[in-house]
Design a protein around this ligand. Sequence first.
Ligand SMILES: O=C(O)C(=O)C[C@]1(C(=O)O)C=C[C@@H](O)C=C1
Length: 290
Amino acid sequence: MTTQRIGYLGPKGTFTKMAVDSLFEGGEFVSYETIPACLDAVENGEIDTGVVPLENAIEGSVHLTIDYLIHQVNQAIIAELTVPIRQHLLTHPDYHGEEITEIHSHSHAIAQCHQFLHKHYPNAEIFYTASTGRAAEVVKEKGPHAAAIGNHLAAEMNGLDIKESNIHDYDNNHTRFAVVQKEPKTLQVKDHPVEKHKTTVMVTLPQDYVGALHQVLAAFAWRKMNLSKIESRPMKTGLGNYFFLVDVDQPYDQILFPGVQQELEALGCKLKVLGTYPSYEIDVPAPVTK
Ligand SMILES: O=C(O)C(=O)C[C@]1(C(=O)O)C=C[C@@H](O)C=C1
């Protein structure tokens, strides 16, 4: 069997890397600094599989991932995994109680800790990085006046200390990651139970008209197909032009989905399947608790 090459949003110590470590059974792991760089690498065949964040329970969708998958590359979602997210405030090893004037992290991580920051560090300047792992690297370079928001792995890998643990504003913090491929290849994953199978479709409407979304949803509803998420995103062709991303809680089949497609096409809509895939929920190690 050839070694699977898996790319992820890195560098070391990101939540995406934690997710990758928990899902895959070996392989060659390649770190990319940004989500587009990882998806480009899948697109040009540098790697077989990419893993990127898709949605967070507190902050919502990772729009960069969704938009890049829709507008820039042609890839299928072949699995998803949901992992718990525990954010910590990470400080430099030379930190001895001086004022923290800078806080660095990924925009989603900052957003997950807004209330904490507002209460405890209202005067610190916020700096956005492409990942929490990168933020930890920046703080290592910057010194004791800077802190990062990230996980315990980022602290360990960069020699930082966890000054405050579990600083995310809501306890039930989880992120869904998408596993994507250009050409379908078998995944070698650890022996995790599959929670359910899902299918993600993109629906575009011909134009805005009364009841359009109702008609789209009705095509799924009367077939008793459960939807777990609907999201609208701009087509980027003009104000008011949106497409819908719909997660259906069942695998693709040859009867119901083609039926929905025909019904929607008769209304002038288009439906594209972005993937039909197993959904995993995995607990990752949490050495620090509240
Ligand atoms: O920066 C990281 O560690 C990531 O893996 C990215 C990311 C995200 O984009 O949502 C993943 C999980 C957390 O929600 C915060 C950041």
